[in-house]
Ligand binder design. Structure first.
Ligand code: 6PG
Length: 249
């Protein structure tokens, strides 16, 4: 029987986590650019990636990256103004974009629209236009960065939500922990990516990680489990604190 393919897991010392992961992202982005002349990079939100984006915004990595051939997207966004301190657009502006020139193309979720559904529809339209795809077709992003919450959510795909098999590119969702309204790429779009990096750090994630890489098997309970649909295209970058319960067989 064919061995079940496993996603690769890199356990990284917490002190070097940001620089190691930033280098891996830059290497992967440049590989896509060497292969096809461009890279569509989907950014994750929350706190984890901030230190990683800061390293991409300064030399040497900021000079290695051919920003004019990179298109940036968000895997998810909070339904707040970009000036809000909860905004992923603001976090990326402050950690990465403020320091980047050179023509990077940035596709932000327009959260000024009146409802999250309209934001999702508008973002879907922006993505279709970028990829030149029609209704019913789904994009194929080059590299998607994802975080994971301690409840097993990823992007803004939360447990027990109606987000599955919508056939859409983006949906609006609600974070059940604080009822904040979100816009998120759908599972079917995420798993079409050529490469997915999960970036997870902090001992508060250790227990959930041991389930995600162990006995958990219900995507609706643990949306981060979507990685199992594409194990050969997924790399988990986990710091030592978050990976403490993972048995590295
Ligand atoms: C968001 C993210 C979300 C995040 C996880 C982990 O907008 O919050 O996209 O999926 O990656 O919640 O967040 P932390 O990195 O803050 O722990």
């Amino acid at each position: 029987m064919a061995m079940e393919k496993k996603a690769s897991i890199e356990i990284v010392d917490e002190r070097s986590f940001a620089s190691v992961v930033a280098e891996e992202i830059a290497t992967s982005v440049q590989e896509f650019i060497e292969d096809t002349g461009k890279c569509s990079l989907v950014l994750s939100g929350g706190k984890t990636p901030a230190s990683i984006y800061r390293r991409l915004a300064i030399p040497p990595l900021s000079q290695q990256l051919e920003w004019k051939n990179i298109s940036l997207f968000w895997g998810d966004e909070r339904f707040v103004p970009h000036s809000d301190n909860q905004s992923n657009a603001r976090m990326v502006e402050e950690t990465l974009l403020h320091n980047i020139t050179g023509g990077v193309k940035v596709y932000q979720v327009d959260t000024s629209l009146e409802t999250a559904e309209k934001c999702a529809e508008d973002y879907e339209h922006q993505i279709r236009k970028h990829f030149g795809i029609a209704e019913g077709e789904l994009p194929e992003f080059d590299l998607v960065l994802l975080g994971m919450g301690s409840d097993g959510h990823t992007a803004s795909l939360f447990p027990d939500q109606e987000i599955w098999d919508s056939g859409k590119i983006c949906v609006s969702t609600t974070n059940p922990h604080d009822n904040s309204v979100r816009i998120s790429l759908t599972p079917e779009v995420i798993v079409r990516a050529k490469k997915v990096f999960f970036l997870v750090k902090g001992e508060e994630k250790a227990d959930t990680l041991s389930k995600i890489h162990g006995t958990a098997n219900d995507e609706k309970k643990y949306p981060a489990l979507i990685y199992r649909r594409i194990p050969d295209r997924v790399t988990w970058f986990i710091d030592t604190a978050a990976g403490v319960r993972l048995s590295m067989e």
